[in-house]
Write a new protein. Structure first.
Length: 392
């Protein structure tokens, strides 16, 4: 192993050149979402990186320009000293392995052939070793952890919210940092870190209790968590009506690994169904902009019962309006619709066969209109009779 170092910056002093065979993926990379820690075969890890995050841009750049020495990977030296676990730059490592035709890229042969062809056309030498800033395990907490925290959570191109929360939970579980230290490290002044972490704990408690099946979600997520939009969870938990309903302690975000009291597990399960639906029910909202309306709805027991019966938030809002408002709105909608029909009839010549098909539905509309008119006029008559009785 050839080693290059500089006497200036600490980062440069750690720079080592390693053959690709000595570099290994970080199996617990939070960007793998729910698969973090479960992927142990490096072929599967590389395929996951290709499928979830893509490598085409990096692969083309490497084949066209070679490896840019100014962008080293970041890794932890294995305890035995023979290899390095890459904690920053797994996508670049995957692209290098594909370009080199490494055995870990066994399922990416088409990409290997295409990129090697471009590499030869450009007259670039094969990439056999790449620069890595190598840290020892003993330096994880004081040196590497703060760097990764700022880079992945507060950088201009950070990880997605689920990956961030998973990384924070991992750090806290290992005892490397406290939540307060993480917040201070990344300069979070809006409690976003705590809210994401609470959402992560909330979801995983429901998963542990078999109360939530992400695969049944009607709403898809992105990045490390494609099954459902994780941000909807911690956004919903940020609304006071939701917190009161679920009896979540105020200002306790992220401080409990199991934030849901056992008595509220049914309600917590209902919340994720309202958000994402399941195999039996559609979601109560169409998009994230309606989470605030959902929060208002769950504040009222009567509206919650409607939601549990499968009503959408729009339907609940409509059913909760005073009867007079709903009648007026319905009549105006009907008037507008019928006016549109009349315009169409006046502008188009209806053929005999079409007219025959339209007779039945038009009769039904007429019957309904007469029924509505009769009920309204009867109500008016009833009011007049009551007034006369009171005067008498």
């Amino acid at each position: 192993m050839a080693k290059k170092s500089a006497s200036t910056a600490n980062h440069e002093q750690r720079l080592e050149w390693h053959p690709l065979g000595e570099l290994h993926f970080d199996t617990r990379n939070p960007r793998f979402g729910g698969q973090a820690g479960k992927l142990t075969n490096e072929i599967d890890i590389l395929d996951t990186i290709v499928d979830k995050f893509g490598v085409e841009d990096v692969l083309s750049s490497l084949a066209f320009n070679g490896y840019f020495d100014g962008e080293p990977l970041v890794g932890l030296r294995d305890k035995g000293g023979a290899g390095v676990r890459i904690v920053e730059g797994n996508r670049r490592l995957a692209a290098c392995l594909i370009l080199a035709g490494d055995k870990r890229a066994a399922n990416q042969k088409a990409r290997t052939r295409k990129s090697q062809s471009l590499q030869k056309q450009r007259g670039q030498d094969p990439i056999t070793e790449i620069p890595v800033s190598v840290f020892e395990e003993s330096e994880w907490k004081d040196e590497l952890l703060p760097y990764l925290g700022v880079r992945h959570i507060a950088a201009s191109q950070p990880w997605d919210s689920y990956a961030k929360a998973a990384w924070i939970a991992q750090v806290l579980k290992k005892g490397d940092l406290t939540l307060e230290e993480v917040i201070e490290m990344i300069g979070d002044q809006h409690r976003t870190t705590s809210r994401m972490l609470e959402g992560y704990y909330f979801v995983h408690q429901l998963l542990d209790e078999a109360r939530f099946k992400p695969s049944e979600s009607h709403r898809r997520g992105r990045g490390s968590n494609p099954d459902y939009p994780f941000s909807w969870v911690y956004t919903a938990l940020g609304f006071s009506p939701v917190r009161r309903w679920l009896k979540l302690d105020e200002l306790s975000e992220g401080k409990k690994e199991r934030p849901i009291h056992r008595a509220q597990l049914d309600d917590a399960e209902d919340l994720v169904i309202f958000l994402f639906g399941n195999k039996d029910r559609a979601p109560a909202i169409r998009d994230s902009r309606r989470i605030a309306d959902l929060a208002k709805a769950v504040a009222d027991p009567a509206r919650r019962r409607l939601l549990k019966r499968g009503k959408t938030v729009d339907e609940v809002i409509e059913l909760s309006r005073p009867a007079e408002e709903r009648v007026v709105s319905g009549l105006m909608d009907a008037q507008e619709a019928l006016s549109g029909v009349l315009v169409t009839l006046s502008e188009s010549q209806i053929k005999i066969e079409q007219a025959k098909e339209l007779v039945d539905p038009s009769k039904k509309v007429l019957t309904l209109a007469r029924d509505v008119y009769g009920r309204i006029t009867r109500a008016l008559t009833d009011d007049e009779d009551e007034e006369q009785q009171e005067d008498g």
